[in-house]
Write a protein that binds this ligand. Structure first.
Ligand code: SF4
Length: 325
């Protein structure tokens, strides 16, 4: 049986907005296994990033974690992240679990050189350090992401292309050798070729280091190339989790099926493409029962009344749908 690095249980995150309370993550249970790349996919606004950020207790000022637990199992120790003190949390982030935020552009301080970001990050966690030793490690990491360290360490963010910034940020996230890394839409702002290059790079790093990764994207085709397993999210709920092959070739949840049918193929006919039916419901007033029922071609009477539970339908393939009750 695979060993979980992270256990998420009953996690609920809400935001106060002028129209009311928006529940972005709704009672989510999810395990992330040691050494895997778990893909997290779903339409924009389904709660993927909120869920990932909440794992490190990062929530926007108008939001709060209403309930739940996030347990990291590290070197025989169980770390309950949501109950860590501010100082313990600061130490935990980056050294045990790092995050590459969406839009590398906004992650670097435009006033300091890339090299200083490496020094600041290490000093923030370890106190005063020798600049030479940090630059040695940074150079090795920049080389791993195929950048010229001599050039990049001296640059400011505005002197680099989007792909260079993203790769520098990935290298920076490895500086303290974390056990786990969250990649939040790391390729969405990049052109297709750079996107492909970064995905291959991350796959190579994963194969070399065995680092556990959570890769968030709305683009299922990207996950086909990198993820070992995929979790599908819809309006704050995980509706399906399975190995990548099963998600693509044997999807169980009607929403996953619809997502797969909406992926364009270069060789297939455009008529085969099926856009998802209907608009995404208002998350402040979500539908009752199964939140997908207003758009679901297979809905039954029970679907609007009872929320389906996430159940194992065999071999660790989890689905939340009354078709499999
Ligand atoms: Fe469709 Fe019902 Fe399954 Fe929801 S529970 S996905 S409405 S069949």
């Amino acid at each position: 049986m695979e060993e979980a690095l992270v256990n998420i249980r009953g996690l609920t995150v809400e935001f106060r907005i002028p129209r009311g309370i928006l529940r972005a993550v709704d009672n989510v249970d999810l395990d992330i296994y040691k050494g895997e790349v778990l893909g997290l996919a779903g339409e924009s606004g389904c709660g993927k990033s909120v869920l990932a950020h909440a794992m490190l207790k990062i929530v926007d000022p108008n939001g709060y974690i209403k309930s739940g637990k996030v347990i990291f199992n590290l070197e025989g120790e169980k770390i309950d992240v949501l109950s860590l003190s501010k100082e313990a949390l600061r130490k935990f982030r980056w050294s045990k679990a790092a995050i590459v935020f969406q839009g590398a552009m906004n992650s670097f301080n435009p006033l300091i050189r890339i090299g200083d970001h490496f020094i600041d990050t290490v000093e923030d966690h370890k106190g005063h350090v020798s600049k030479t030793s940090v630059f040695e490690t940074a150079s090795r990491l920049l080389k791993e992401v195929r950048l010229d360290a001599n050039q990049v360490l001296r640059m400011f963010q505005h002197e680099m292309s989007g792909g260079m910034k993203q790769r520098s940020l990935i290298a920076l996230s490895f500086i303290l050798s974390p056990n786990f890394i969250i990649l939040d839409e790391p390729t969405s702002a990049l052109d297709v070729l750079t996107q492909k290059f970064i995905v291959k790079l991350l796959r190579d790093i994963h194969e070399k280091t065995g680092l556990t990764m959570l890769f968030i994207t709305h683009d299922l085709a990207v996950l086909a190339e990198i993820a070992d397993r995929i979790a599908i999210m819809y309006l704050g709920n995980i509706v399906e989790v399975a190995d990548t092959e099963s998600i693509f070739y044997d999807p169980k949840h009607p929403y996953t099926e619809a997502l797969i049918k909406a992926i364009p193929s270069i060789t297939g006919s455009l008529e085969d493409l099926r856009p998802l039916p209907g608009p995404v419901p208002d998350p402040v007033n979500p539908p009752s029962g199964c939140k997908f029922h207003p758009r679901c071609p297979k809905r039954m009477d029970i679907c609007a009344k009872v929320k389906p539970k996430l159940v194992d339908v065999g071999g660790g393939h989890m689905v939340a749908c009354h078709l499999y009750d």
